[in-house]
Design a protein around this ligand. Structure first.
Ligand SMILES: [Ca+2]
Length: 308
């Protein structure tokens, strides 16, 4: 029997990850943010020297808000060349979809087999890649404008959570503090990166987006997004989206896409009725070594293999 989030806060019957945060978790997270000048991962204890510099916390300006399918259990979001793709989860309900940003209208939907719980989605040239949570399989599709056509599969150990592409490597989260870098041709793991906030591991890295040479990651059960240096794994800043959906719904923030033409982020959450276009403010600048404009979804080193 499938357990929907409206029926039960934790899908323990599926042996799965809990779907909604508890009030305690939210209060604890808030308390950490208030009492500590060192903003840390929401699920980590904080024990640092006062000589350490606090991690900056970015805020945001809302540019626009768009309708979003309130039954879309968002697990992946990517915006490429003006096209918004979304992956949704839950057993028997998982999809890959192309969506009109401004209206939220579903242009195209691909239903995953009922035994797969869809997770992160990214683009790699003309192809879309989608993870599954515990299925240990990823799917490769092409969008021919009318249908999503599945053209391949690959396997990986453990769980699949978020996915993005930096032009050279696929970057994948698995619910821990690790990010895996995968060869985009063979899908073999080539390296791992541990993510830390001032030395403290940041767990539950979820939906990802590669932006201006940085990795942005939703933190599961949190209203925060981590900006991660892909070389060191160190946090550059937090992005605090607390209160962006008012009134809130039980589903958590999960979905980051990026419009490189406007430098705006597109963010939403699981079963959220709205998708927000935002700009970051009070933020440290993007990493200085990256200035050629490459973003997730573009093809850099692999262009000879994946024509646009
Ligand atoms: Ca994304």
């Amino acid at each position: 029997m499938l357990v929907k989030p409206a029926d039960k806060p934790y899908n323990l019957a599926m042996g799965g990850k809990p779907l909604y945060p508890s009030v305690c978790c939210c209060l604890a997270t808030l308390l950490i943010a208030v009492v500590s000048v060192h903003a840390a991962g929401p699920n980590e204890s904080v024990s640092k020297s006062d000589t350490h510099q606090a991690t900056p916390v970015c805020t945001y300006n809302e540019i626009a808000r768009y309708p979003h399918d309130s039954e879309a259990f968002t697990q992946g979001l990517v915006y490429t060349d003006g096209v918004l793709y979304e992956g949704t989860g839950l057993y028997g309900e998982s999809t890959l979809r192309r969506v009109t940003l401004e209206t939220g209208v579903l242009e195209q939907v691909y239903d995953l087999p009922a035994g797969y719980f869809g997770e992160g989605v990214t683009t790699r040239g003309a192809e879309l890649i989608q993870l599954t949570w515990q299925g240990q399989v990823g799917f490769v599709y092409v969008d021919d404008g009318e249908d999503f056509i599945k053209v391949g599969e690959f396997n990986y150990p453990g769980q699949g959570w978020g996915l993005t592409f930096d032009g050279d490597w696929l970057i994948m989260s698995d619910g821990t503090s690790s990010l895996r870098f995968l060869d985009p041709l063979t899908f073999a793991e080539v390296s791992r990166l541990e993510v830390r906030d001032d030395g403290v591991l940041v767990n539950k890295l979820n939906e990802l987006e590669y932006i201006h040479g940085e990795i942005f990651a939703n933190i599961w059960y949190s209203n925060r997004i981590a900006r991660i240096d892909p070389t060191s794994g160190d946090l550059i800043a937090w992005v605090d989206l607390t209160g962006i959906l008012d009134p809130p719904v039980p589903g958590v923030l999960n979905g980051i896409a990026y419009d490189k033409l406007t430098n705006h982020l597109l963010v939403t959450g699981k079963d959220w009725p709205l998708l927000f276009e935002i700009e970051l403010v009070d933020c440290p600048p993007y990493l200085p070594f990256f200035a050629d404009g490459f973003e997730s979804g573009d093809v850099q080193g692999w262009s000879s293999y994946f024509p646009p």
